[in-house]
Ligand binder design. Structure first.
Ligand code: ARG
Length: 459
């Protein structure tokens, strides 16, 4: 029989038990549940709500249950509903009546809220560690291969010549903002709801600050109703995961494109590609594709969490039991995706020769000609027109900018001088972009230093 059967004639039917139990996912929380209970009974003993002997008996019993769960010796029956009742019922089997004192001045509502926050804290730190590693791997790659010229894309068409390092830094900045968002979410997770009771607090003289301190929280969720009903901290964590997965999926998409024979800009290591069961030539970028696909899954987790709380009257409703699967799934998926992305970037080869080929025979330097004229006092709009006409001139003759001579340039605009031809060099074009955050190599190096500091300072 469940622990709450006082007013019932019979327990819930089997169908209801199976529908309502959450032991499957809850058992991933047993360490946190027992840690919460140990802190709770210590506090109860300190304030005199139970005797010190009772507190120490309860602590011993809880440790024994923890050991049984760790070793798989205790497999709670589904009739016990959740991890909280599974632990308490086994505790009472082991200790007798004193086990019943553990639940003084608390409820499963504040208990589950505490468990999830405790569970999250080290995992958020783990995700941050993974992100810091990924940012570090990208920065290492900038240092190793970043001084490779490539076409910067807009609309997936060649735009302007940039250093590969400039492109990689854009990803690194996005990921470092994910770390900032994560730190914000982690600060709001790090508050203790225990002692809220069902929603109204308790008539007993508990010390909520002490429990929070024993559990290593940095503060309290003050309002008892907020403490048991709020799930915005979980929505926030999963939003951070969803945004991060968006970033990873963009990187993943580029790896799929760049590693395809059509682009050939990178070669993924064998460790992260798979073969085709029918086409022997294939080296499929499955890891990158899976990251891209898993982003959709994490968005689903976020929508589940937002929807289950939407319109929910205060305070606790059983709907909230459904929060754990999406939370666990989102964190696990994001953590694994961050990690494999780091490993892929660590082990791939940048095909530097291919980047150079990719630059040739294109009109990537059209903006340079316009900027040259701007330097001679021509309004940008007019300069843009002139440069466009030069692209057309080349296209009509099926040649590229290498065919341009001073004569041809001068026919298109009188402001062109001898030095204009020097502007038709992609490396010089990249290096001219020295404005703050531009692609010039000194700016790339400056940003590498800035981002490295965020890693070493643990920010
Ligand atoms: N298993 C429940 C959950 O995860 C614990 C809280 C149950 N509270 C209740 N009043 N039924 O949300």
């Amino acid at each position: 029989m469940p622990l709450w059967d006082g007013r019932f004639d019979g327990g819930p039917g089997r169908e209801m038990q199976l529908f309502s139990e959450s032991l499957g996912v809850d058992l991933s929380l047993f360490e946190e549940d027992i840690a919460g209970s140990i802190a709770h009974c210590t506090m109860l003993g300190e304030v005199g709500l139970i005797t010190e002997e009772e507190a120490s008996a309860l602590r011993g019993g809880l440790m024994a249950v923890r050991e049984e769960l760790r070793q798989g010796l205790y497999e709670p029956d589904v009739s016990l509903e959740d991890v909280h009742m599974a632990v308490e019922s086994r505790l009472t089997e082991l200790l007798g009546d004193v086990g019943g004192k553990l639940h003084t001045a608390r409820s499963r509502n504040d208990q589950v809220a505490t468990d999830v926050r405790l569970w999250l804290k080290p995992r958020l730190a783990g995700l941050d560690e993974g992100l810091a590693r990924l940012v570090g791997v990208l920065l290492d790659r900038v240092t190793a291969d970043g001084r490779t010229l490539m076409p910067g894309f807009t609309h997936l068409q060649h735009g302007q010549p940039i250093w590969l390092g400039h492109h990689l830094l854009a990803h690194a900045w996005m990921l470092s903002r994910d770390r900032e968002r994560l730190a914000g979410a982690a600060a709001r997770v790090d508050l203790c709801p225990l002692g809220a009771g069902a929603m109204a607090g308790t008539p007993h003289p508990i010390d909520r600050h002490r429990t929070a301190e024993l559990l290593g929280f940095s503060g309290l969720v003050e309002n008892a109703m907020d403490a048991v009903a709020a799930r915005d901290h979980l929505q926030e964590v999963v939003s951070v995961c969803a945004i991060c997965m968006t970033h990873l999926s963009r990187m993943a998409e580029e790896l799929v494109l760049w590693s395809s024979p059509a682009f050939g800009l990178v070669r993924l290591s064998d460790a992260f590609t798979t073969g085709s069961s029918i086409m022997p030539q294939k080296r499929n970028p499955d890891a990158a594709e899976l990251v891209r696909g898993k982003a959709g899954r994490v968005y689903g987790d976020l929508v589940a969490l937002l929807t289950m709380v939407k319109g929910l009257p205060l305070a606790y409703n059983r709907d909230l039991q459904e929060d754990k699967e999406p939370l666990l799934d989102a964190l696990g998926t994001t953590r694994a995706s961050v990690s494999i992305m780091g490993s892929m970037w660590e082990s791939l080869t940048v095909e530097r020769e291919r980047y150079v080929e990719e630059l040739a025979g294109d009109f990537l330097l059209a903006t340079e000609l316009a900027d040259y004229l701007v330097g001679k006092g021509v309004p940008f709009r007019e300069a843009h027109q002139v440069s466009g006409r030069l692209v057309r001139w080349c296209e009509e003759r099926n040649v590229d900018f290498a065919a341009l001579t001073l004569k041809v340039l001068s026919e298109h605009h009188p402001a062109f001088g001898e030095d204009a031809l020097l502007w038709l060099d992609p490396a010089a074009a990249a290096e001219r972009r020295r404005s703050m955050g531009g692609t010039a190599w000194e700016e790339v190096e400056r940003q590498v230093r800035t981002l490295r500091e965020t890693i070493s300072s643990g920010k």
